[in-house]
Design a protein around this ligand. Sequence first.
Ligand code: PMP
Ligand code: GLN
Length: 386
Amino acid sequence: MRSTNPVYTGLPMTVFEVMSRLAKEHDAINLGQGFPDVDGPTDVKARAAEELISGLNQYPPMMGVPELRQAVAEANRRFYGLDVDWQREVLVTSGATEALSDCMAALIEPGDEVVVFEPLYDCYLPLIRRAGGVPRLVRLEPPAWQLDAGALAAAFGPKTKAILLNNPMNPAGRVFSRDELALIAELVVAHDAYAICDEVYEHILFDGRRHVPLMSLPGMRERAVRIGSAGKTFSLTGWKVGYVTAAPALLDPITKAHQFTTFTTPPNLQRAVAYGLAKDDAYYRDLAGALAAKRDRFAAGLAKLGFGVVPCQGTYFITADAAPLRLNVSDVEMNRRMTIEARVTAVPVSAFYETAPPVSFLRFCFSKKDEVLDEALARLGRWIAG
Ligand code: PMP
Ligand code: GLN
């Protein structure tokens, strides 16, 4: 038999699927894979239902229904002051994952280097490599998740085609500062590169922080690609409605990759998301506010149990160091035992590193009902005591 593509051949199943299966198998509380346990707004779901029954169910326009593309352009203006032409600068995709795949396929040529931060979201390296790109990793490590400006600058070189940036950052719960973004922008311009910005957690920032798209910095409007997802913004992760904003010269090849990847995204869901994006400020405030309260509740509980809790500035993930518990096992083994014995599942942070991972940190998803978070803490407490 001939060989199959080495990038995907033998690749393990993604850690999120592995953790969800493990949790199910052991009837554990699943704080592993990131998804809320309560659906987002009922009116957005109702809108989708109406559109399903009474609206159009045939292929929508390849770039997305006009209502959603207009709503994305309007959201860019409303939240970030970005002036976006909905017809030439917005593309709807089947989730942020498809958008990332389209970007890699469209912008990367074999041999191009792509600067990317470790910890890494699961699909980044395979998508870069499948496009023929060569990842240049810049490490951030818990608990400080400090970005080393020298290491970042050193990762850029004559072969750099792009930087792939996740802000707010999963799993670190880290929000890049304006100074850090300015440094990234400077490096991107100096190396005539592009910036692919995975901003799916753009509305989940805490403690008064406001999201700053890299695209809004000087020199970035023509070079940045901004990716959002209704999955995160409306707590409807199964919908897989994503959107890309980029200058026409960048969006054009990304659109061509999209047209031969999924071609379109369900029109009813698109229209419902268009409706959702226009929600008033209170909706967005409440989304972040409710999650901040959950973060505080869960962080306090973990700290009480003896975990070294790492501050979380954004996203619905919190990382915690299990080393102070002195169980003397790796994060992978800790998580396995926690699932089987305590019936609580997290994600070992080592899964987000390609080399030399930190081995005592766990990522917990706190986008869950308070009683679920409390029960998880109670189970962990009994387990640790035992
Ligand atoms: N990027 C990051 C950082 C994520 O955490 C996720 C997970 N939802 C995605 C992309 C994928 O988003 P979607 O479900 O819209 O494909
Ligand atoms: N983004 C989610 C997480 O980080 C998982 C999405 C997925 O399973 N692909 O947990």
